[in-house]
Design a protein around this ligand. Structure first.
Ligand code: NAP
Length: 268
């Protein structure tokens, strides 16, 4: 029996991860605020034989997240936790990000990850080691955007850079506690998050393929799963340039809609 908990399982990559993991002898704890979409994903996973529970906890709610994760681990050993929930927005037509948008992005993308990973670390530290020698595995979804200063999406890229750096920095301590902690940095994945992007998205990949790459990387014990490799290498090369050069190269790229441009007044 394997057991996994995924935040942001009501859509996109999280839903694809849930479906990929689903099967007989699998227990899934799926999170997401849109209960209708979450119920649809849960039904698909049950159709594959999994035992599924859902929780509408907002990842920004520290107490609710700790309660959900602790209760899931009390039920049965938790093998895998994926801090996947996230939001994205850019500078849009205004060409600049509002303070509200910056704060909203950090609240979900960074605090939401901390609210998921810390209770998972504490829970797993008390678990027995499994057949893989680990007390558990935790992954946080960052982005290739973590490797660059992004004038078209400053807080999104910065929140992902913080997640990636924190996870990697924390991973040796997690390893000493018997837990594999990994950062996942995808390129462009075809999900509702990218559906409205008004710019070319090279190597745009179906969410199912991204889920397979992520799960394979975790099984192999990789600390950072960045894909596609060429985009990760290019982003890291641009990120290594002197800042004015990197910014000049990236100027005019991006232009992702801001919250209003996405039809979201002041999400969330
Ligand atoms: N798509 C890409 O190209 C790409 C690339 C790199 C990294 N990523 C990252 O991958 C992750 C998943 O993105 P996606 O593309 O699958 O986007 P998506 O389809 O928009 O899904 C985002 C998920 O996050 C959940 N979520 C958002 N805010 C939440 C909150 N406050 N509390 C709880 N859940 C919340 C959403 O649930 P509700 O809608 O039910 O609230 C939804 O399930 C994100 O962290 C994203 O930044 C995506």
């Amino acid at each position: 029996m394997r057991s996994a908990l995924i935040t942001g399982a009501s859509s996109g990559i999280g839903a694809a991860l849930a479906r990929a993991l689903a099967g007989p002898d699998v227990v899934l704890h799926l999170g997401g605020r849109d209960e209708t979409r979450l119920a649809g994903v849960a039904a698909a996973c049950r159709g594959r034989g999994a035992t599924v529970s859902t929780d509408p906890a907002d990842v920004r709610d520290e107490a609710a997240m700790r309660g959900w994760i602790t209760a899931a681990g009390r039920e049965r050993r938790l093998d895998l936790v994926i801090a996947n929930a996230g939001i994205s927005a850019g500078t849009g037509t205004a060409g600049a990000e509002s303070e509200a948008q910056s704060r909203a992005l950090f609240a979900v993308n960074l605090d939401g990850v901390l609210n998921t990973v810390w209770p998972a670390l504490e829970l797993m530290a008390g678990q027995e080691r499994g057949a893989d020698g680990r007390r558990g595995t935790i992954a946080a979804i960052a982005s290739i955007a973590a490797f660059l200063p992004a004038p078209g999406a400053p807080a999104y890229a910065a929140s992902k850079a913080a997640v990636d750096a924190w996870v990697l920095g924390q991973s040796p301590a997690a390893r000493r506690a018997g837990i594999h902690l990994a950062s996942v940095c995808p390129g462009f994945i075809a999900t509702p998050m990218t559906a409205g992007n008004p710019y070319p998205m090279p190597s745009l990949m179906p969410a199912e393929r991204a889920a397979a790459i992520i799960l394979r990387g975790l099984a192999r014990g990789r600390l950072r799963i960045a894909f596609p490799w060429w985009m990760a290498a290019l982003a890291r090369a641009i990120g290594a340039l002197p800042a004015p050069w990197a910014l000049a190269l990236l100027a005019g790229h991006g232009g992702k809609p801001d919250f209003r441009g996405q039809g979201l007044r002041d999400r969330p």
